[in-house]
Design a protein around this ligand. Structure first.
Ligand code: HEM
Length: 346
């Protein structure tokens, strides 16, 4: 198992080596920009945040000299990832930002195209969503706020890639909101520059002419199936839609006018910071005008193949949690290049 091998490899590093590893890590983040990052320099004058991000871009793996021979550490350092997880938990407690962190992880991974073999052209969980060009895609409206929340944690742990941090934040948010434990693995390598971002249009639209066909077209392109589509849509048990971001939802409702977090928007569920199966129950009953149902949510209760799962999840939260955890883990791995190749768990 990668996790065991990973842990063993990590333990084998003496503390002296670890010290050199961290020195080496900071050195790589201070090294001169590569030609790919030079091209991103062109756009940073207009964006102080992006300028800051660029300074902290790290090479995908850290070379460690162990005095006599040289080895390669993982894309992310397991100990730093664990500390970052604790920092994310603190952030969640103070900012109530569970929903936007889940959306961030999903939008980084959901650009994956299974028919493209090359990385990073195939898209997916490679941290490319940190670049301004991708953040400006219409589907990503508002996600700059998620990046801003995570950047101080990224700054603290130079040995953690953006790609891992986004997926760690999303899985931690689901778990901390009361959702299932997700069988995650780590070691994702980062895309290195804005020229590696996917083209706009790979993520689903909320109001397409034929919602069932559209969902299948988009999610099948990612290699996911009908069960995954329904289970993952259940993440809308968290969060709100804001007209000023996506164009969908009411400016505020009785469930959102007082926050927590920034007030406003329209939620799919009453307790939109709690991860449970209420998304399926509430949409099935259409219980309240103040709760949101997008066309792509509604079709999950109409299409015969999708309906098998929505009915089941409305009745059985354990079944939803089991399928959600599996689908979320699959989503988080889409398109990712792992170092070590099998990834590692923690
Ligand atoms: C099935 C196709 C999907 C469509 C069409 C869709 C569409 C949307 C839209 C329009 C919003 C509102 C964004 C805003 O105004 O801020 C949203 C929010 C959200 N989406 Fe989805 N989504 C889909 C699937 C997913 C999946 C697969 C996940 C996660 C696994 C997810 C997680 C979320 C979360 C947590 C929010 C709330 C964000 C917040 O409160 O800031 N969505 N989605």
């Amino acid at each position: 198992m990668a996790s065991i091998a990973g842990a063993a490899a990590s333990r084998l590093l003496s503390s002296a080596t670890k010290a050199r590893l961290s020195l080496s890590t900071s050195y790589t983040s201070l090294s001169l920009p590569s030609s790919s990052s030079l091209s991103s320099l062109k756009c940073i004058r207009s964006s102080p945040l992006l300028s800051h991000l660029l300074l902290h871009q790290k090479r995908s793996s850290v070379h460690v000299s162990t005095g006599g021979y040289s080895t390669v550490a993982f894309a992310s350092d397991p100990d730093q990832l664990k500390s970052a997880r604790e920092n994310i938990k603190e952030l969640l407690k103070t900012k109530f930002c569970h929903p936007i962190l889940v959306r961030l992880g999903w939008h980084d991974a959901g650009t994956y195209n299974k028919d493209i073999k090359e990385w990073p052209q195939r898209g997916g969980a490679n941290g490319s969503l940190r670049f301004e060009i991708e953040l400006k895609h219409a589907a990503n409206a508002g996600l700059i706020n998620a990046i801003k929340l995570l950047q101080p944690i990224k700054d603290k742990y130079s040995g953690v890639t953006y790609a891992d941090l986004f997926q760690l934040a999303s899985a931690t948010a689901v778990e901390e909101a009361g959702g299932p434990k997700i069988p995650m693995k780590y070691g994702r390598v980062d895309a290195s520059g804005p020229e590696q971002c996917p083209e706009e249009g790979r993520l689903p639209a909320a109001g397409p002419p034929s919602p069932a066909d559209h969902l299948r077209e988009v999610f099948y392109r990612m290699g996911l199936n009908d069960k995954d589509i329904v289970a993952l849509s259940g993440a809308h048990t968290l969060g709100r839609s804001r007209p000023e971001r996506s164009g969908w939802g009411k400016p505020e409702t009785k469930y959102t006018k007082d926050g927590p977090g920034a007030p406003g928007g329209q939620s799919w569920t009453v307790q939109w910071l709690k991860f449970d199966n209420s998304y399926f129950k509430d949409i099935k009953e259409r219980r309240d005008e103040d709760l949101l149902v997008l066309p792509t949510d509604a079709v999950l209760f109409e299409d015969p193949s999708f309906k098998v799962y929505t009915e089941k999840y409305a009745e059985d939260q354990d079944a939803f949690f089991k399928d959600y955890a599996e689908a979320h883990a699959k989503l988080s791995n889409l398109g990712a290049k792992f170092d070590p190749p099998e990834g590692f768990s923690m």
